[in-house]
Design a protein around this ligand. Structure first.
Ligand SMILES: Cc1cc2nc3c(=O)[nH]c(=O)nc-3n(C[C@H](O)[C@H](O)[C@H](O)COP(=O)(O)O)c2cc1C
Length: 212
């Protein structure tokens, strides 16, 4: 049965742009075939802890003496890794928080990026290779080419690096810009740009969900 792993990390449960877009992705993806199912993980409502031991970044055979992760932490890590491995597609809501990813999402990433288990080290381990993952990033301002904050987006690049380069997943990115229009009066001149970005994001999400 094809399975989508649907992950949210916004701390805004009610009017979150990324949550709305990941939901749109999931409902569109589900509608493509009858036997499809979704595994949902809300990293804000049900956060995973920070990694408790640096050894969790390494396969057990690669750990050094002082690294002795708690078996419960290892079990949680194995569960999170198994969830990704079992997915035919993954969608991740990744709002920009302080030019970066929410700490809840970072804690999840720190659990699933494991040298010698999910990422190559002394062997070519890459069990997630080829799994499509759609990163949906909402941000209050805009960071595209030519914008004054171009180059300050540290949300999307680390996700592309870990999921794509390290884990070998097939990454697509959708951004929704200027989501703070309507809240910050100084952004009023960008109303049209914000509306256009939201519409583009919805179109792209539907397109990706239909064809992934
Ligand atoms: C803790 C926090 C930090 C934020 N930092 C930034 C930022 O650095 N740059 C930015 O453009 N927007 C920033 N924002 C605005 C969010 O990116 C924006 O509201 C986005 O829509 C959040 O995603 P969501 O709608 O899915 O919750 C921040 C919001 C919060 C709550």
């Amino acid at each position: 049965m094809p399975t989508l792993l649907h992950i949210d990390s916004s701390a805004n449960p009610k009017t979150s742009v990324s949550r709305e877009l990941t939901r749109l992705f999931a409902t569109t993806w589900l509608a493509v075939g009858e036997d499809r199912t979704v595994t949902y993980r809300d990293l804000h409502a049900d956060p995973v802890p920070h990694i408790s031991d640096a050894g969790l970044h390494y396969a057990p055979r690669l750990r050094v003496d002082v690294e002795a992760p708690d078996p419960a932490a290892e079990a949680l890590q194995a569960e999170l890794i198994a969830e990704v491995a079992a997915a035919d597609a993954v969608v991740i809501g990744a709002p920009m928080y302080n030019w970066s990813i929410p700490s809840t999402l970072k804690a999840w990433i720190d659990h699933i990026h494991v040298l010698g288990t999910t990422a190559p080290y002394d062997t070519p381990d890459q069990p997630f290779a080829g799994i499509p993952v759609v990163v949906i990033s909402s941000r209050g301002l805009t960071y595209g080419p030519g914008s004054k904050d171009e180059g300050l987006d540290h949300t999307v690049p680390p996700l592309v690096q870990v999921l794509g380069a390290a884990l070998g997943m097939k990454v697509d990115v959708v951004t929704s810009d200027l989501t703070l229009v309507g809240r910050i009066p100084a952004l009023d001149p960008f109303t049209e740009q914000s509306t256009a970005s939201a519409a583009d994001a919805r179109d792209r999400v539907v397109e990706l969900a239909r064809h992934i």
